[in-house]
Design a protein around this ligand. Sequence first.
Ligand code: UTP
Ligand code: MN
Length: 519
Amino acid sequence: MAPGPLRRRKGPGGHADPPPVPCSPSSSSSSSLSCSSSSSSPRWSSGLTLYLVERRMGRSRRAFLSGLARAKGFRVDDAYSPAVTHVVMEHTSAAQAARWAQQQGGTQGGTQEGTQGGPPILLDITWFTDSMAAGRPVPVEGRHQLGVPLPSAEIGTDYSMPAYACQRRTPLNHHNPRLTEALETLAEAAALEGNEGRSLSFRRAASTLKALPGPLTRLSQLEGLPYCGAHSRGVIQEMLEDGASREADGVRQSDRFRAMKLFTQIFGVGVKTADGWYREGLRTLGDLRERGKKLTRMQEAGVRHYEDLKTPVELSDVEAVRRVVEEAVLQVLPGANITLTGGFRRGKRHGHDVDFLITHPEEGREAGILPNVMSCLESQGLVLYQHTQENHYCTPKAMAQPASRTNTMDAFERCFSILRVSRPSPGVASRGPPRDWKAVRVDLVVTPASQFPFALLGWTGSQHFERELRRFSRQERKLILNSHALYNPEKKTFLPAASEEEIFRHLGLEFIPPEERNA
Ligand code: UTP
Ligand code: MN
């Protein structure tokens, strides 16, 4: 492959020479793609028009990549038009891609292979680099896609929405990203001030907008929607009229918000500690060092790996973590299962950490395995930090405690860690010499088989979806749900479940798949 900017980039397009993608007919959603084609006048090029978005990619790199693609027989248009079938973006999240599409006149990301006349498919640069390496367009896989199926619909006056987020479907890539970003900034700011009630109001409003079947364009469309209070409506109105919220912009630029965000982003630092530091006049990590602030072991690790930990974890990192964790777990406990959960199970392409559940079909065999799993990883030099917590049993008495009705902390054997994860291309670190690894936050949670469905449901999130599921259980069904069990406090009985589906059935809720729990 030609040398050039492609080799030096970090981020989603990071691998210099992507491995050739195997031709699997089942993974291809387009019959027009020919796996055997490698000639210079390829058959595939006919129905395919690429457009590379300059934003975040840069003008010179865009020009370079466009030239590269044309040399390989791809049709690349310099201007965006309805003829474009494949839109390629770099360093762009699904929400940003959706916003870009909206700005192009309501175009939503296509779901299948882009076809002429239909909406284009929104793709991450990884699809492009894979295709360049293969010398042909590779089949679009989930990891390439920035767009999720979004049938855009007009929100009519008779539109209604159920009150609880766990009663609705919320895709990752929704129709109102600009509005929800403003509301979520205000929610975050309120949480950083310790005002949970106010934060929840903004989160609920944002969550309502995420579940809408189309873009909100008029304030009157909020009629009949749950949890859009006066303050949130004001923010939405300003966004609709002026395209910006003065309040959200003000927060983002404020000294307080920036410092609080920076401090709470340190692993092991909560709002209280951050607030204390702010009141002492500290603003940066440098200030922490200069004042010789005493840090816990966890916070020290957080500061040491700060740059890495604030860089989003990518799908390739998730795979790398899975490989080493799975190997260690199976060495310690043959027959164990490890399951990816958290945001990545919901289809997120970037995350702040990687969450795994570990279980064994024979209940009891899983108990106490984490110290050995961690020793195994440590012996390979892969552990940068770890803190293991023993299982403390979840009893009927504990389930009935008022604390467990609101508390999201569970009682599983669990390890909070920072692992050293290999990356194929050097240059991950933004400071210091280039290196071929990155520090990644990994949570390992061990669950007995009988509690696995509850743990899976509880750890898949989103956090707001979980909060709503527990509130719905309590208020509408008089049942207590947590990551261990579903409990009926009146009858003092547990409701067992063998799958997530069964838990939804117990609650009388329609099953919502993980990809639609992005509330
Ligand atoms: P995360 O905080 O990892 O969030 O919790 P996420 O959705 O994966 O997104 P990222 O990591 O920021 O990208 C995952 C889920 O696990 C639950 C939370 O409710 C969340 O829904 N969780 C987390 C617990 O139940 N207990 C905990 O101690 C932490
Ligand atoms: Mn996570």
